[in-house]
Write a protein that binds this ligand. Structure first.
Ligand code: AMP
Length: 560
């Protein structure tokens, strides 16, 4: 079925605080500049006891842009941001956008090979990393396209040195091309040569993977980001006086757009608290008077698990969202019962520049009775939703099919991959790989997944990447990786392995082997050794059979 755009959706509460909507701007830079002009002295960034006003963040990002430019960075260049949620992340974003350059989000959990693969694919020209990662990053980047490496300390922009976050106040030597804060001082008062980024310029290059093939960079343009920011703001009414806590990591599209960009462009304050630590984030809610955030359901579970968490911590919250992974209805209910705050579901993908379907503020998501699935919400303005059969034909209302999305939020394609673009988003219609049902009122329910993806706390794991690593181990003959339901993470990674004759390996050994090569969330938590993996008659390993099977492991040689 096709869900027509509902004109009434546009009339949900909208902020009156801004003269011009973000969508009316031609780039994120003009939207940011308008915000600075409107309210220069209000806090734009907070980090523990530190704060930067919009004016200060503007001046710092001007200086940083001039420093990047002095190192040869130009419009269209890709620059890696290899940082946790620190204020420098936002300054780097603003600086890159002012140059018309692209922010390449790099997960600080990546191990060498993962980092190098993405940097090479994107042909990044520079990277900003944590000072603690300089040595490792330099080793990884030798011979790459990266011409400069700048580092920064998580200790900057605050003075409290919270011992839960900072185990040492020692500062390692900066990267060869300098320390970020020192560069901002050196270039203070400078601005880069004027560039006017357009809506088609790429603001973020965000890597995602696929069932087959290497990771692909989704090109989230300025126009895409403005569209998502504006549609979310139209629903939430986010504006001056709001405080947005970055619960999602900024290297993921949701953190980048619906934590950082939305706060920066909506006159709100963006609060950063480093890598997610539940007890630190809980305090940040209360200390900064947080009114809005989006985080994974695992993050809310972690807050819920803190025995000292109280309704008072969430007293200032107006709207909480959770996206990226399925939410059990009971989780939402028990959170509301204990803290008095309702967690609104939100759906998005890297390719849709994050949030595109959401539960409107103040509404309660219905549950699809046959499957017990909590609705992910209603389409946000300007999104066209279709549910299609394998031939791309719309299915009747209430029936399940693949969710297909189009609209100004959907990226124009993957960086340098015309074939993958044509396959995943033919004629701009994104085949999500999610199986959905849309009810008569337009509520969307995700009831299954076509793609071979494991969803660990909202982080996506592609079995093929983990299997490739296991195959590098000399004792491994065959490997298949699947997701298992997990009460805390949603799903967890489990590997099935057969060994070469005469070779041996233990579970711990293979897990340790994976940990050296993969970000921790991708590593198997369990390894099962079996003599022969289930295969089709043509010899293809049947992951689905392993996934469906609760222990004990299914018999080998299955042909179904
Ligand atoms: P990513 O590209 O990492 O943002 O992952 C996008 C995928 O996450 C979607 O295709 C869905 O499979 C899943 N996802 C996103 N939001 C939700 C949600 N609210 N509920 C269930 N799954 C979700």
């Amino acid at each position: 079925m096709t869900v027509p755009e509902d004109p009434a959706r546009d009339s949900l509460p909208s902020t009156g605080a801004v003269a011009k909507t973000a969508e009316a701007h031609d780039s994120l830079v003009s939207a940011w500049r308008a915000r600075v002009a409107r309210n220069p002295d209000a806090a734009a960034l907070r980090y523990f006891d530190g704060a930067l006003s919009a004016r200060e963040a503007d001046a710092a990002s001007d200086a940083l842009a001039a420093a990047f430019e002095a190192r040869g960075t130009r419009r269209g260049d890709r620059v890696g941001v290899y940082l946790q949620n620190v204020p420098q992340y936002a300054l780097v974003l603003l600086a890159l956008w002012k140059l018309g350059a692209t922010a390449l989000g790099l997960n600080p959990m990546y191990r060498r090979h993962e980092l190098r693969r993405i940097v090479d694919d994107a042909a990044a020209v520079g990277i900003v990393c944590a000072d603690t990662d300089v040595e490792e990053t330099l080793g990884t980047l030798a011979g790459s396209t990266v011409r400069w490496l700048i580092s920064t300390s998580a200790l900057d922009y605050q003075s409290r040195d919270d011992p839960r976050v900072f185990t040492t106040t020692d500062r390692p030597a900066p990267a060869p091309d300098g320390d970020l804060v020192a560069l901002i001082e050196e270039f203070a008062g400078s601005r880069p040569a004027p560039v006017r980024p357009a809506r088609d310029d790429v603001a973020f290059l965000t890597y995602t993977s696929g069932t087959t093939g290497p990771p692909k960079g989704a090109m989230n343009t300025h126009g895409n980001v403005l569209s998502v920011v504006e549609s979310c703001r139209a629903w939430t009414g986010l504006g001056a006086g709001d405080v947005v806590l970055a619960v999602a990591p900024l290297f993921h599209i949701t953190g980048a757009v619906v934590n950082a960009a939305i706060a920066l462009l909506s006159d709100a304050t963006l609060v950063l608290a480093g890598r997610f630590r539940p007890e630190v984030v809980l305090d940040a809610f209360a200390e900064h008077g947080v009114t809005f955030t989006v985080g994974s359901i695992t993050a809310y579970n972690a807050l819920y698990a803190l025995p000292h968490a109280k309704p008072e911590h969430f007293a200032s919250v107006k709207t909480l969202y959770s996206g990226g992974a399925p939410i059990p209805p009971t989780t939402v209910e028990r959170f509301r019962e204990r803290f008095g705050v309702y967690i609104h579901n939100v759906y998005g993908m890297t390719e849709t520049t994050s949030a595109v379907i959401a539960v409107p503020p103040g509404r309660t998501a219905p549950v699809h009775a046959p499957s017990g699935t909590l609705s992910v919400g209603l389409p946000l303005p300007h999104l066209t939703v279709r549910v299609v059969d394998p031939h791309g034909r719309p299915v009747p209302s209430g029936e399940q099919g693949e969710l297909e999305l189009s609209g100004p939020q959907v990226v124009p394609g993957y960086w340098g991959r015309a074939e993958a673009t044509a396959q995943t988003m033919p004629a701009g219609r994104l085949r999500t790989g999610d199986v959905a049902i849309v009810d008569a009122e337009g509520w969307v329910y995700l009831v299954d997944r076509l793609k071979d993806q494991i969803n660990v706390s909202g982080y996506k794991v592609w079995p093929r990447e983990v299997e490739d690593v296991l195959y590098e181990h000399p004792a491994v003959l065959e490997a298949a990786v699947v997701g298992r339901p997990d009460a805390y993470r949603g799903e967890t990674v489990v590997a099935y392995v057969s060994l070469r004759s005469g070779r041996s390996a233990t579970q711990d050994e293979l897990i340790a082997f994976s940990r050296e090569r993969l970000a921790a969330y991708k590593c198997p938590r369990q390894v099962h050794f079996i003599a022969d993996l289930p295969k089709t008659q043509s010899g293809k390993i049947r992951r689905a059979r392993l996934r469906d099977a609760a222990a004990p492991v299914p018999p080998s040689g299955a042909t179904d």
